[in-house]
Design a protein around this ligand. Structure first.
Ligand code: AMP
Length: 310
């Protein structure tokens, strides 16, 4: 059921999100839109009134990290659109598309509480109708880091983001720095395709013990949850070393893997020091670099990163 990397652009049968019948009675201030044509009509109307539309794309199962992006969005324009779409194209065949946590009732209440104007919630068939075969590939930036272990993932991300931008027609779009590679890919995509959209990166939102918030944290057992703090601890430790003058990538990465290896439940997928823009490996800290991690705990795959300026 690989969607992103079979090279043929074939769209297999996918578990679809059932179309929900909404009663807008309980959610007077937030409109829920499922159809592309309705979304476009709304955006065109707002643009005609010179309202600045700020867009926050998500896959739902919202947590405080998402909500911080939404609050940020409220300060950057007159109208806020949040999308919830679990995008099958960015999941590999052995990944968690079907099992990805979904809780629309809770999500819409949270968004309503923040004064979001539109929740855009299309079905898979609305986004990828029969015969769909067009993909966007941001070539070099999609290769390293998560691209190495999730073939086709960023092609799926770039394709859906380009589509959502075309549909929602925002002036500004906000993405979390937690998905650092995704943010760089979206910035490049917008530049390369001459889209007139300002891309804003929002800092990583963390739990009080440092764990980066993520919908996938729900997969962690209590024991894994305790162990997962080692990601942010390792990044903090490496950053302290860098602040004290260490510039060797090998030394910084050694420190990261030593810290994480102390947790028997943690399996490092990658730990890399990369140029903050090109994402190519760097051997020494010079200018902006990013320390990026992917670590598995049981069925959860967690990512985290820290930009280190020198
Ligand atoms: P997702 O629903 O996981 O696709 O995430 C939707 C958006 O929220 C993406 O731009 C993510 O980078 C962002 N996001 C998710 N978790 C966090 C977090 N802990 N801090 C900042 N942004 C986040």
């Amino acid at each position: 059921m690989e969607f992103g990397s079979d090279g043929g652009g074939r769209i297999p049968d996918l578990p679809n999100t059932p179309s929900l019948q909404y009663s807008n009675r309980d959610f007077r201030h937030m409109q829920i839109i499922e159809r592309i044509a309705d979304m476009r009509r709304w955006s065109e109307g707002e643009r005609r009134q010179a309202h600045r539309i700020v867009f926050v794309p998500t896959m739902g199962s919202l947590h405080e990290g998402h909500l911080c992006l939404v609050r940020d969005a409220k300060t950057r324009g007159e109208r806020v659109v949040v999308s919830i779409f679990v995008n099958p194209m960015q999941f590999g065949p052995s990944e968690d598309f079907a099992k990805y946590p979904r809780d629309l009732r809770r999500d819409r209440a949270m968004l309503e509480g923040l004064g979001v104007d539109i929740l855009f919630h299309p079905t898979v068939a609305e986004i990828y109708p029969d015969g769909y075969q067009t993909h966007i590939e941001v070539e070099n930036l999609s290769v390293p880091l998560c691209g190495m272990v999730r073939p086709g993932h960023f092609r799926g991300v770039a394709t859906v983001v380009a589509k959502l931008f075309n549909i929602v027609q925002p002036h500004v779009a906000i993405f979390g720095e937690k998905d650092y590679q995704q943010l760089q890919i979206v910035r490049r995509l917008v530049r390369d395709l001459s889209m007139d959209i300002e891309i804003v990166g929002h800092p990583i939102v963390r739990e009080s013990d440092g764990l980066a918030m993520s919908s996938r944290n729900a997969y962690l057992t209590a024991e894994e949850r305790r162990a997962a703090v080692c990601l942010s601890r390792a990044l903090c430790k490496a950053e302290r070393l860098a602040r004290r003058g260490e510039t060797s990538g090998a030394v910084l990465l050694q420190s990261v893997s030593t810290e994480i290896s102390q947790e028997p439940l943690a399996q490092i997928e990658y730990a890399k020091l990369c140029d903050a823009e090109t994402l190519q490996d760097v051997e020494r800290l010079r200018g902006g670099a990013v320390l990026a991690l992917a670590v598995r705990f049981g069925r959860a795959r967690l990512i985290d990163n820290r930009v280190i300026k020198h």
